[in-house]
Write a new protein. Structure first.
Length: 419
């Protein structure tokens, strides 16, 4: 078992091999990685079953779903790797070129970041997504998964490393940290000289710790307190469809909605519809109902729990939704701006002017008009998959794909030019 320092040293030593690798070689690695993932399905599922068994009773059912793998999910992971292989190579692309009067040519060129470390929680699919994106963009990757998913992540990484070996490249281009204590995370955060970019992907506590303690460059991937605002001029059937999808299709992910904001002029009609769809109908169908946490005005219209002081600032990641009634578009925007984590917000309205005001004034990584927040995802945005959703503004924002795993440098070509 390697120490975290040894893992960082190994990544640094093999990085030059992938940094300048031809696109054809990188695509061959990815193809072999996908094939090895499929051929290792039984081993991966067996290890994942152990993780799930150990986690039961300690984490919620929706988080168990987030941890669980199936044959179909492994096939989807392999497809994600192949999708990344089919995308254009972002590395060594000329972004701009200027020729001075004296003939000096200045090229702004995209180059790989180097060694990328990602600290994440109990989502095994992140393991393959991150590895694929790093390899295609010419980076080495260190994966530090959560304790709950360690066996799953280890088995996945072994398959991916075999794909590297089959392709004639060092297996240490993809590594997993064996130490699941807090110390290994600190080692990565303090890995100056080894880690070129650190990406935390998980809950509020993990992200806060990384941003505050990291001595290496760190991307803030924010939690997802996502809002859907139903305007007074909304198509209520459309709004109902969007909210049901945004809240219940997979509540454990960061692009699921947590807060519904409703204009007072349609609240009397719309809130009972939402309660029926999210609570009554789901109970009748034997499904988990959504717990509605209501502000004072919403509570006068429908039954539910009283919204506490923290409910509009909580990423539930569960079948829970806070509800707020407002009197205007401005009030909705002010409420969202005050409580948003700047991930994804949506407005449902048939008024184009109101929609444009919302889209421009809401300062989040992704803003939607008449669509579910569940689309904030690398695959849905055409990126193949993603390293995470950045909610900061430097250097990446929103779903982080291949382009966000490159930086740039200036290549200057002369012919004896002097200044």
């Amino acid at each position: 078992m390697k120490t975290t320092l040894e893992i960082m040293q190994a990544a640094k030593s093999v990085y030059p091999m992938i940094m300048t690798a031809p696109t054809e070689d990188k695509n061959r690695i990815l193809s072999n990685m996908a094939d090895c993932l499929i051929s290792s399905s039984e081993v991966i599922l067996s290890e994942n079953a152990k993780d799930v068994t150990d986690a039961k009773g300690r984490i919620s059912d929706v988080m168990i779903d987030r941890l669980s793998l199936t044959k179909a999910r492994i096939e989807a992971m392999a497809k994600g790797i192949r999708d990344v292989a089919s995308l254009p190579d972002p590395a060594w692309k000329t972004l701009s070129e200027t020729t001075r009067d004296d003939g000096l040519v200045i090229e702004k060129t995209a180059v790989p970041m180097g060694v990328i470390a990602i600290i994440y929680e109990s989502r095994p699919n992140v393991t393959s997504d991150a590895a694929a994106l790093c390899i295609k963009s010419g980076n080495a990757v260190i994966l530090r998964g959560g304790r709950d998913a360690y066996r799953s992540s280890k088995a996945i990484v072994e398959a991916l490393r075999e794909g590297c070996r089959m392709s004639g490249y060092p297996e240490d281009l993809v590594q997993v940290v064996d130490d699941t204590t807090r110390q290994s995370s600190i080692d990565l955060m303090h890995g100056v000289g080894y880690i070129d970019l650190l990406i935390p992907r998980g809950g509020k506590g993990l992200i806060k710790t990384c941003v505050e303690e990291a001595k290496v460059p760190c991307i803030e991937t924010g939690t997802g307190i996502c809002h859907v605002y139903v305007d007074r001029e909304a198509d209520l059937s459309m709004a109902e469809k969007i909210i049901v999808n945004a809240k219940t299709s997979r509540p454990s992910v960061c692009n699921a909605m947590e807060v519904c904001v409703v204009h007072s002029e349609i609240a009397e009609e719309f809130l009972p519809r939402i309660k029926k769809a999210l609570v009554d109908d789901r109970i009748a169908q034997g499904m988990t109902p959504v717990e509605l946490r209501l502000d004072e005005r919403a509570a006068k219209i429908i039954d539910g729990s009283h919204a506490g002081e923290c409910d509009f600032d909580t990423e539930f990641l569960d079948y829970i939704m806070a509800v707020k009634v407002v009197d205007s578009l401005d009030e909705a925007i002010c409420h969202i701006s005050r409580h948003s984590t700047h991930h994804s917000e949506a407005i449902v309205t048939s008024n184009g002017v109101s929609a444009e005001i919302f889209l421009r004034r809401i300062d989040s990584a992704a803003v939607y008009h008449n669509a579910s927040t569940r689309f904030t995802d690398g695959g849905e945005f055409g990126l193949g998959c993603e390293m995470g959703i950045s909610t900061q503004k430097l250097h990446a924002r929103g779903p982080m794909g291949l382009g966000e795993l490159c930086v740039y440098k200036y290549i200057v070509r002369g012919n004896g030019n002097v200044r």
